[in-house]
Design a protein around this ligand. Structure first.
Ligand SMILES: [Zn+2]
Length: 305
């Protein structure tokens, strides 16, 4: 079984998985155990939502099964044997599994990859940076930006979209322009840009790239399909820019801690999400420093005067 990975230089031990676990603990609430839900989300693309240890309010990761007769399975994320068994059966019912494909290396996307690949004797494909972050997973083929994979009557084009994670790929169905979006956007909850492996400016550039690629629906890893993809991408871009402006406005001539800045810039955010908000704040501060709008002094930040 694949273990969560700590990226090099992670600010928090355990990377995003540790943060997700902390937010789950703070959010409380029981886990609803249900069989995987299977939905046809686009022509020839089926979503199988399996239970995963992900970021609340989401509790599932959608595994997208693409094609018929011969299929790809993208992001089988569940570490739970009951969910893995049901997913393996659902995939088998659609056709012969050609490969397990990963959008990125986070635990809630790869937790069932080795099990599904083994159940169907299929290889695992991912971007080289994802493979590098997963030394315990044998990645047989590296997928690059622009590469087109044809399987079961569908053609999927890999779109390199780093920022949430270094090796993040989206997959655009060339016939429908629907985009399997991984963790670029969420149909439920939010996307964490954590400075341990994420980079805000790169993430914003990847949102712009998806917008420019010509996108119809967005098929996220968490939550339902987003019918108007371009509107959602513009909404995400506007939201992150609004937040960056609030972080910039919270800076003063005197250096302030992340906690102090968070209280001002995220005053509108529920308190149980503050551990998450503080990580996101740090990602915004990194960008403001890169842009020459902020200065870091140890673990405190001030504006450029
Ligand atoms: Zn992720």
């Amino acid at each position: 079984m694949a273990k969560p990975v700590t990226p090099e230089g992670a600010g928090v031990a355990g990377g995003v998985e540790a943060i997700y676990a902390e937010v789950r603990r703070l959010a409380g609430g029981g886990v609803v155990v249900a069989p995987p839900e299977l939905t046809e989300v686009a022509p020839g693309i089926v979503s199988v939502a399996v239970r995963t240890p992900t970021l609340p309010p989401a509790a599932h990761t959608a595994c997208y099964v693409v094609g018929s007769g011969q299929v790809l399975a993208i992001d089988p994320g569940s570490p739970y044997p009951d969910q893995q068994g049901a997913l393996a059966a659902a995939v088998g019912a659609r056709g012969q599994l050609v490969a397990v494909v990963l959008t990125h290396h986070h635990g809630d996307h790869i937790g069932g990859a080795v099990a599904l690949a083994a159940a169907h004797d299929a290889p695992i494909w991912a971007h080289a940076a994802t493979a590098a972050a997963l030394p315990q997973v044998a990645v047989a083929r590296n997928l690059d930006d622009g590469e087109v994979v044809e399987v079961g009557g569908r053609a999927l084009r890999a779109v390199f979209t780093p920022g949430h994670a270094e090796g993040h790929l989206c997959f655009r169905d060339e016939a429908s322009a629907a985009v399997i979006a991984g963790d670029m956007v969420a149909g439920l909850g939010t996307i964490l840009i954590d400075p341990s492996g994420g980079h805000m400016a790169t993430y914003l550039a990847s949102l712009e790239k998806l917008l420019a690629a010509g996108t119809s629906a967005l098929l996220p890893a968490h939550g339902p399909a987003i019918v108007d993809g371009p509107a959602k991408l513009r909404e995400y871009l506007a939201h992150r820019r609004m937040r960056e402006a609030r972080v910039a406005a919270a800076l003063s001539d005197a250096p302030q801690s992340a906690a102090a800045l968070c209280a001002v810039a995220y005053a509108d955010t529920p308190a149980f999400l503050w551990p998450l908000a503080e990580r996101s704040l740090l990602a915004h501060l990194v960008k403001l420093v890169e842009d020459g709008a902020a200065v870091a002094e140890g673990r405190a930040w001030r504006k450029v005067s």
